[in-house]
Design a protein around this ligand. Structure first.
Ligand code: GDP
Length: 313
């Protein structure tokens, strides 16, 4: 990821390296190059505008350093602005002071929520926590089975409704695909948390339903679950390959479930990186984790500063 953006910025800065002094037109040209590189990497326009504005102001401003030449100064500014847009300081789960820490997962279908549930549980377990997973994606019967498989792989228990006896009803999504809901996800989430309390798990991860596109039913359901379980963290999982649709999707989920953090999935793919820069920039929510493959260990804490350095390497 970010390879092309990284190459573009590197060559932009190379042009500056020989300069002893930067004129206003040098700065303008550089900012224009940065703008094009960001747009080509699928970064959302409002984020690009804010970013380039900040870089230009600072590069033209009176930030004089004894230690750095003007070109290095620009690289430093770009680096700092990238870190800021990616969320600033590294931030991960804030644990509840009492009772289990409840983490709710939300995102479109196929974003990587269920896979992430296993990775997150595994990561928490390695740090000495005792997580439990709750299968509240009841739109697709397969989702429950999938979470059970994921839980087994991560070595963590999964709370799931018993299929077939919870008063199911048929539902048809706006995309036209028929789905059978076989229970009340709000009740299942609540029961799951109760179970976690009684079994003394210190973290509960609630997997919720996704759809192929944002729709009001899905959002209402996710919002209802959020209201019922009052989670400590709501993680919005987004496929890094989503491109320009990142902004619209993230805004809809921000409004629907007011997520507290972002997880970028499929960072192992050849995404151009725009989603990463756009989502944090637009929503102001930090990117907490990155998913980098299908295995339970393909998961890392997201460090904005390291990602910025990688982009500018
Ligand atoms: P959900 O519908 O949001 O629960 O998404 P899933 O967890 O079922 O993931 C959808 C597909 O993406 C599955 O085939 C996963 O194996 C795959 N997947 C999830 N995360 C990653 C990732 O970080 N990298 C890659 N390459 N594939 C992933």
């Amino acid at each position: 990821m970010f390879t092309s953006l990284s190459d573009r910025l590197t060559s932009t800065f190379k042009n500056l390296r020989t300069k002893g002094r930067l004129s206003e037109s040098d700065v303008n040209r550089t900012v224009r190059d940065i703008r094009m590189a960001l747009l080509d990497a699928d970064v959302a326009l409002p984020v690009v505008k804010e970013f380039t504005h900040a870089v230009r102001e600072r590069a033209l401003g009176a930030e004089v350093s004894q230690a750095l030449n003007p070109a290095q100064q620009v690289v430093k500014i770009v680096n700092e602005e990238l870190v800021a847009i990616l969320g600033g300081a590294t931030r991960t789960i804030r644990f509840a002071k009492t009772g289990p820490t409840v983490i709710m997962l939300a995102g479109l279908q196929g974003a990587g929520k269920t896979t992430l549930a296993g990775k997150l549980a595994h990561w928490l377990k390695e740090q000495g926590h005792t997580p439990m997973l709750v299968a509240a994606d009841l739109q697709r019967p397969n989702a429950v089975t999938q979470l059970q498989v994921v839980g087994e792989r991560a070595g963590v228990p999964v709370y799931a409704p018993e299929q077939g006896n919870v008063g199911g009803h048929d539902a048809v999504g706006p995309t036209g695909e028929g789905t059978r809901s076989f229970g009340d996800p709000v009740a299942v989430s609540r029961d799951g948390i109760r179970e976690a309390v009684s079994k003394q798990h210190d973290v509960v991860i609630v997997d919720t339903a996704g759809r192929l596109a944002v729709d009001t039913d899905l959002m209402r359901q996710a919002g209802d679950i959020r209201a019922a379980i009052d989670p400590d963290e709501v993680l919005f999982v987004i496929d890094a390959m989503i491109g320009q649709a990142a902004v619209e999707t993230a805004e809809a989920f921000l409004e629907g479930v007011d997520f507290t953090g972002v997880v970028l999935s499929k960072l192992d793919g050849d995404a151009r990186g725009g989603a990463a820069l756009s989502v944090a920039g637009i929503t102001g929510r930090p990117i907490m984790f990155a998913s980098t493959g299908e295995g339970v260990r393909d998961f890392e804490v997201f460090h904005p500063d390291r990602m910025a350095s990688r982009i500018l390497d």
